[in-house]
Design a protein around this ligand. Sequence first.
Ligand code: 9MR
Ligand code: 9MR
Length: 568
Amino acid sequence: MKPILSKLLVYLAVSLVILFSSCTPTTRTINETYSENILINQLGYKPNAEKKALIRADVDVFELVDKTGKVVFEAPAGEFKYWELSGDSVRLADFTSFNTSGEYHICINGTELSSPFVINDNPFNGLADAVLKSYYYARCGIDITEKFGGKWNWKAGHPDTNVLIHASAADKNRPEGTSISSPGGWYDAGDFGKYIVNSGISTYTLLLSATLNSEFHKLQNINIPESGNNLPDILNESLVNLKWMLTMQDPNDGGLYHKLTTKNFVGFVLPSETNEQRYVVQKSTSAALDFAATMAYASRTFEQYNVPDLAAEMKISAEKAWQWALKNPDVIYNQPKDISTGGYGDNRLVDEWFWAAAEMYLLSGEESYKEVMLNNYEKPVTPKWNVVNTLGIISLLTSDKRGEFEDFEKDFIEYADNMLAIEKESPYLVSTNKFAWGSNSDVANDGMLKLIAYHLSGDKKYIVSAQNDLDYILGRNATGYSFVTGFGSKPPMHIHNRISSADGVEEPVPGYLAGGPNTVVLNDCAAQNVERSLFPAKSYTDTVCSYSTNETAINWNAPLVFLTAGLN
Ligand code: 9MR
Ligand code: 9MR
């Protein structure tokens, strides 16, 4: 062939390819094997939200493909960033600028697909409802029926109408072995215990969501027995536990039993399959203060919802608990020798005093409470069952007394800004940099605080950051799991929860946040030879034995209720 002719042919071929590829889009094969190398929020993103995934592979570009496989977007991946907490490096895949509604995957190397996700106005459809509904499934002493529970249903157990006073809780009015009635409430976690300290923060957090996300909750119907009455379902559900909490107060002196449990944890059976004797154990100052704080906030809430009798009863109970605490200021819970269920022991009560005093001040307006409160002030931190000062700060700053506490507000915003600064440096885009037992709830609580910072300041940067926390929980984390049962393409299937293990349904009870990765306890599945990463952010196993990473708990779900409601 003459050189000129062959040159012409090559030129023609190249032009044809260019022409062809510019009108025929590139397509990728869609299958249901999702790459471990792409970490993404497995539910999805709102069109105007920041949209980010993380990539663990050595690729320079990533694509967005729609559900037919058509490549609709392509962009360079960021630089590798190493996280000492996960022991791996990730690159950012930012597709914020793409905002067409639809169902998509991230694709790398032309073949590796992320799990599917949506871009639309309502990507968390159902999530906020399920996360709240988990409390219905945790109700103690009632039949969980098909009508409300669907395929997850079981018979009532633990009527708790014959609970004995344990030796540690005995006094002359109620000697050891006296029988009391303390029915209802929620099971704390994967176990069947009911604990006042943990009930406090959990119930308060739901009530807070009811107040600060009221527009969302007023319209929410989660199909529980009370749905359709004149209260929002979040208040209906909270009342279940509040009514139980009231029964844990000794009417003779106002003190609170720390917990109601069997002597030892029972096996993995349904509630109706176990009837070991249950006891109320030791009164404690932490239980009295957490109770006072929660009841005081509940009283104000139910006053606003026009349930004055209940509000009045709660107020009186809060005052009595407070008085008991004043007379018994440092009764630390000390687990009796014959009891081995959860401890929730706390030997530092400065934060409990602050929280209770703040709520009592807001309830009554009396200066004496304010004084105790100011004497016990500490700067805000992420709340936990044993670190509750920030709950008091939030109540003050979202009340009509906000103006009195400008310094607290400065500290609160400073803490929020500090979280944003940590997140900015974090390869995994989260502000959590410690992995405790229940680490997922720390992420959710950070998100909640950020939404409250937005509420106070009006600055949208806090919403963006809270969204990152939800993205982490829904799959953009070092384990690749979407940590809420029933949501995402890789959710936990084997949670450490007695009911869910014993109910005979393969899918776990939906809407539960698994505790999450940490290296606090590594030997819970030693007998099963389960491997666990030594990197805290990766140390998670979806195995029933793993109470340290895969249990469910009322205090872990509560901030997720707030976060999902708030972001909705
Ligand atoms: O099921 C229990 C869980 O709720 C607790 O968080 C955990 C730690 O206290 O303990 C679990 O119970 C285990 C017990 O401590 C040891 N024997 C096996 C039990 C079930 O895993
Ligand atoms: O959430 C609690 C965690 O912070 C503690 O480190 C741990 C051990 O004391 O206990 C956790 O709470 C458990 C409680 O004691 C019993 N019910 C299950 C709770 C969640 O694991």
